[in-house]
Design a protein around this ligand. Structure first.
Ligand SMILES: [Zn+2]
Length: 431
């Protein structure tokens, strides 16, 4: 028989069980800890995670109770999940990429994108900014959020916005009549009014930020690779419209004139920045504009251009001349003090190889710790997530990775990530 006493006893028991459940702690013992802001490795530290949040970071190795989950990373270097601010998660370049625009359907793109997302997460990248695809990237973002498939936390622009015939016009190179004219609804806009409409449409489609192609680009089937592609008036209309939605604008740019227009108009980041002048660097410092270098992309397109038939004839000379320049521009920009956020353009090369960029950054003169910070605390600022991502501190989301070798001594250690936790859940544990 249930009387009042036994019911209240049951209730108390249930409350205790749920409280114990909610408070289940995961203790991560870290041989070395890079917390994202402190400029050195801290030895023998313990991180306490409850659910998806870091609740405590303590000196020394804490004792675990039988209730706690213990993760022993005493022989590892632990750091915040890495963040790549420039990927194209839907696709990966190959000889067939130009043909695929005519034959590949969205469902196939989605299956492939899920594989690329998993590879990216396994490589230690727990957050990425997707800078342009077909819109499948929005569906993938939602699928990952819902736990239907594994991948990094995605912030996406959905589809990049371009001028007619510009770097992001998806119909470039097609013979007349194959494609409908792509208007602002499909990311191709001329004049401030169409630009405003294009921004609103991408937001409607689920974009978290706007990407524009402010100059020509390497991989589009168009002759020019660096000249300006929007007027300053058009970019201003884009930035103002995006700001009304509380979101930022990223600008692809190789040539200096297009960069200057974009920076003056108030975009948040310059992508690639290949021919960036000292004057533009100063302007970016003054405006607080981030530089996302993507050295990997430049090097990989220059390499692919050596293979006969890999790129269409229009693309090959652009890849050879523009590609290799990014690393020296990065070196100058870093020395001048331009704010730098890590980005690779993964998709132009194989997903999961994102961490190679760290080697290129260190080669160009950036200390390894600063390179790691560009992919953690700096990237979080660019995403307006600096209070939740990019650091191992109480109150931050539990995005935590570990590597076996000391990445400050040899940054290539980041190519071999053996432990990945995202949002408090372990996705990789190869110790
Ligand atoms: Zn890109």
């Amino acid at each position: 028989m249930l009387n009042f006493k036994s019911i209240s006893f049951l209730c108390i028991m249930l409350l205790m069980i749920s409280a114990a459940d909610a408070q289940k702690r995961t203790l991560i013992l870290c041989g070395g800890l890079i917390d994202g802001t402190y400029g050195a490795i801290q030895k023998e530290m313990t991180i306490i995670v409850i659910e998806n949040e870091i609740v405590e970071v303590q000196k020394g190795y804490l004792f675990a109770t039988t209730e706690d989950e213990l993760i022993n990373l005493k022989d590892h270097y632990v750091m915040p999940g890495l963040m790549d601010m420039h990927v194209h998660i839907e696709s990966q370049y190959s000889k067939n990429s130009y043909l695929n625009r005519f034959v590949k359907d969205d469902a196939t793109t989605a299956y492939e994108a899920a594989v690329y997302a998993k590879r990216t997460l396994d490589a230690g990248f727990t957050t990425v900014r997707d800078l342009g695809g077909s819109g499948v990237n929005v569906a993938l973002q939602n699928a990952i959020r819902r736990g239907l498939t594994d991948g990094p936390r995605i912030f996406t622009c959905a589809k990049a916005i371009s001028i007619t015939g510009g770097h992001g016009d998806p119909t470039n190179g097609g013979k007349e009549g194959i494609f409908d004219f792509p208007g602002p609804e499909r990311g191709v806009a001329d004049g401030p009014d169409e630009c405003r409409k294009a921004v609103r449409q991408q937001v409607k489609n689920g974009a978290d930020l706007i990407k524009i192609t402010a100059t020509g680009g390497v991989l589009s089937v168009a002759r020019d690779g660096y000249r300006p592609q929007f007027t300053e008036e058009e970019i201003t209309a884009i930035v103002e419209t995006a700001n009304d939605f509380g979101i930022k604008v990223a600008a692809h740019a190789h040539g200096d004139e297009g960069m200057q227009r974009a920076v003056r108009a108030g975009i948040a980041s310059i992508e690639h920045g290949t021919m960036m002048s000292a004057e533009t660097m100063e302007l970016m410092k003054k405006m607080g504009t981030w530089y996302v270098p993507t050295i990997s992309a430049g090097k990989s397109v220059a390499d692919s251009a050596k293979i006969d038939g890999f790129f269409p004839a229009l693309v090959r000379p652009k890849a050879i001349s523009i590609g290799p320049k990014i690393q020296s521009t990065f070196s100058k920009a870093f020395k001048m003090g331009v704010p730098i956020a890590f980005g690779t353009d993964a998709g132009v090369f194989a997903h999961g190889k994102n961490a190679k960029e760290f080697q290129f950054m260190v080669e160009a003169g950036m200390p390894a710790m600063r390179a790691i910070q560009s992919a953690t605390v700096n990237a979080a600022k660019l995403l307006n997530m600096e209070n939740k991502l990019g650091q191992i501190q109480p109150g931050f989301l539990a995005d935590i990775i570990a590597v076996k070798q000391n990445p400050i001594e040899d940054v290539s250690a980041l190519m071999n990530v053996s432990f990945v936790m995202k949002d408090g859940k372990i996705y990789k544990n190869e110790r």
